[in-house]
Design a protein around this ligand. Structure first.
Ligand code: PHE
Length: 431
């Protein structure tokens, strides 16, 4: 495990992965120095040294991060790591949490749920982190969550959308919406906006994420009056999808729903186009990775996905995040994983500040009480099952870009609770 583990003060981890040209950091450093000189000491905490008589705890706060940094969905882990590190650097540069700096301990789960469970044991028992920002894919969170729960270390998944993740226990939280909502969002978009009456679905049968999205898409699409006329399955890493795609092609559906991860989707999309399939391909957040374009080329043009945010959104908060992230990470556009991980880290920091302690039970309670936290991906409030209730966006894929189409909001908690245990979408609006 030694090679996978990085136990470094955050600035060292950061330095290793930084582009060499960093105007943003320099500009921020100059601003910070100016702030220290110009503003009164009470307004800006510039003091790095403990003053005589100051008994406040100045030890670092250790937080764990794990994700797929080198496996089949490595884009997910790398993006989330970037988001986490950027949030940590901002917090540390502003003086830390109640005067304490954050140290981040990073592990690679290689996209393997078993390894994710192992690294959680290492992070909680050996490194003694006080909280975890992880995991990415739902399969990893489902495997690793029970270890975080039994160690009583709060785990905030930035992006795992499978409903069962937070049902593991009261130490497991998430910063994103859940798949019953995500499946319904795409069913409504297909039926109402694309006017699709029939759909085919091809799912990754080993993935809880893919299985549940299939179920919830089908449920909603059928309820609206649509019909699922062909259902095929595959397993992550398969290379030949032509048999399933031929069956789908002969069923002549209006749309094809592919609730999988970007690596498989690229191969499926290419083979679909080779077979002459021209219908729109539809997916979920699992498609969102810069790597998708390199792997799939123009075979995914004209597809639509549901996602957590759009980097094109003109809102000042999103544009500031996109601008800062590009400066940090060599002009990369932040995907949903990066934005969600940034939000998850910021909302953990806010909960620690509110709790005034890292003591586990108080921190768990503060996290559960999170209300109206203003994140890049939306307003985060925890519901009673520790899920964030937030809107989703629909994006169109065209020539290397994810083009914003519309936002779909969950129903108000009261009416949603009556209709279904998860929040269901109520209305959409075009910007
Ligand atoms: N929601 C996916 C899952 O639960 C992970 C994911 C989130 C992928 C965001 C991409 C972007 O497995």
């Amino acid at each position: 495990m030694g090679n996978r583990s990085e136990v470094l003060p955050v600035y060292q981890v950061y330095k290793q992965s930084q582009p060499t040209h960093k105007p943003g950091r320099i500009a921020r450093a100059v601003l910070l120095i100016l702030a220290c000189v110009v503003l009164p000491a009470s307004a800006v905490s510039c003091a790095r040294q403990q003053q005589p008589g100051d008994t406040r705890d100045r030890s670092t706060i250790k937080i764990g991060y794990f994700g797929d940094l080198s496996g089949p969905t490595f884009n997910f882990g790398q993006s989330a790591k970037n988001g986490v590190l950027m949030a940590v650097e901002e917090v540390n540069q502003a003086g830390g949490i109640n005067g304490r700096k954050i140290d981040i301990v990073i592990e690679d789960d290689e996209g393997s749920p078993e390894l994710a469970a192992t690294v959680v044991n290492k992070l909680t028992r050996q490194d003694k982190v006080i909280a975890l920002i992880a995991g990415g894919a739902s399969g990893s969170s489902l495997a690793a969550g029970p270890n975080a729960q039994s160690a009583k270390v709060p785990m905030i998944s930035p992006s795992s959308t499978n409903p069962a993740v937070t049902q593991i226990g009261d130490y497991i939280f998430r910063a994103c919406f859940v798949d019953p909502f995500q499946g319904e969002v795409m069913a409504k978009f297909s039926y109402n906006s694309l006017q699709a009456k029939t759909a085919a679905i091809m799912l990754d049968f080993n993935s809880p994420y893919s299985r549940d999205l299939t179920e919830f898409f089908e449920l909603s699409f059928t309820k609206l009056g649509g019909r699922v006329i062909s259902k095929q399955s595959y397993s992550q890493g398969d290379l030949d999808f032509k048999g399933q795609l031929s069956s789908i092609s002969s069923a002549k559906p209006d749309v094809i729903y592919l609730p999988g991860y970007y690596g498989d989707i690229a191969v499926i999309a290419k083979q679909a186009r080779q077979l002459g399939i021209t219908q729109p391909l539809l997916g979920g957040d699992g498609w969102d990775a810069p790597e998708l374009w390199q792997l799939a080329g123009d075979s995914i043009n004209g597809s639509y996905i549901s996602n957590h945010y759009s980097a094109d959104d003109p809102s000042p908060a999103i544009q500031k995040f996109v601008h800062d992230y590009k400066l940090h990470w060599g002009n990369l556009t932040p995907d949903a994983h990066a934005a969600l991980a940034y939000d998850a880290m910021r909302f953990l920091v806010e909960a620690i500040q509110r709790a005034g302690t890292t003591e586990v039970e108080k921190l768990r309670d503060a996290l559960a009480q999170t209300k109206d936290f203003s994140g890049v991906t939306g307003i985060i409030s925890m519901d009673s099952e520790r899920n964030a209730v937030k809107p989703a966006v629909i994006l169109k894929l065209q020539d290397g870009r994810y083009i914003y189409q519309e936002t779909i909001h969950p129903e108000a908690p009261d009416s949603a609770a009556k209709a279904s245990p998860s929040a269901s979408p109520s209305k959409s609006r075009k910007k």
